[in-house]
Design a protein around this ligand. Structure first.
Ligand code: SF4
Length: 248
């Protein structure tokens, strides 16, 4: 769990030198999913509507933290990235915070791109879609191709429906889909899920798909890493369908 609002810079495999912004509380993990592989551990508050939770950092604290970090950092920041201890778009002031971070970036670090790692569960909210659309790099999670695997593997809050996630993704342009595949009793690597997932990817038309497997600590003992050659097979199937794909 990240203990600060701004963390890093870290050297990310996908984003280069990246400064992370954690909009989530530092004490308990809040997320709309409870993925079997989450490096932050099990979700303690599983919800899509955290309106009554008052432990989120406020927008002034967030602004101050990013300004302070950008002023003290003397290396080139390639990305300023919304990520952290859960789903960043759950912050009740997410749209305002996006506008403020864009202003700060323009003023203090105009060469940096602003990125987000989101789990895609809030995209049925137009304000969230509009805010994410303002960012330079939109990395959206989609690990599964059907509701049954979504429930087993990503373990959503009860108010989240897989059809809404897909309908939200279909309304986004210029996105990168990020998908983590795992083997094991509760893994998402099976013929039906891969086939359903590829069919959805073809409809969503992302500009890039990034596939990877477990390479950090994870809380479930019902999943195991997928060998790299299986990831390459998935990449090949995407390329056959003219979808650009990378294996990490
Ligand atoms: S969506 Fe991300 S933060 Fe939330 S449980 Fe899944 S991996 Fe963890």
């Amino acid at each position: 769990m990240k203990q600060t609002i701004v963390y890093g810079p870290v050297l990310s495999r996908r984003l280069g030198v990246s400064l992370g912004i954690n909009l989530l509380p530092r004490v308990k993990k809040i997320c709309s999913l409870d993925c079997l592989y989450c490096e932050c551990g099990w979700t303690q508050i599983l919800t899509k509507n955290p309106k009554n939770i008052n432990t989120f950092p406020n927008k002034n604290e967030i602004k101050e933290a990013i300004v302070e970090k950008l002023l003290e950092t003397n290396i080139n920041i390639e990305h300023i990235t919304f990520a952290g201890n859960g789903e960043p778009t759950l912050h009740p002031d997410f749209p305002t915070i996006v506008n403020e971070i864009i202003k700060i970036r323009d003023e203090l670090s105009p060469q940096s791109k602003i990125a987000i790692l989101s789990n895609s569960t809030t995209l049925n909210n137009k304000d969230i879609r509009d805010s994410i659309s303002k960012l330079d790099v939109k990395i959206m999670k989609l690990d599964v191709g059907n509701e049954e695997t979504f429930i087993k593997y990503n373990r959503p809050a009860k108010e989240i429906h897989f059809s809404d996630v897909i309908s939200g993704l279909l309304q986004m342009d210029d996105i990168i889909i990020q998908s983590l595949f795992a083997n094991g009793k509760s893994g998402n690597y099976n013929e039906k899920n891969i086939s359903d997932w590829i069919n959805l990817i073809i409809k969503i038309k992302p500009k890039l798909v990034q596939v990877y497997s477990l390479d950090r600590l994870y809380p479930s003992d019902e999943i195991i890493p997928l060998p790299r050659e299986k990831l390459i097979e998935i990449q090949t199937k995407l390329l056959e369908n003219k979808i650009k794909a990378q294996v990490f």
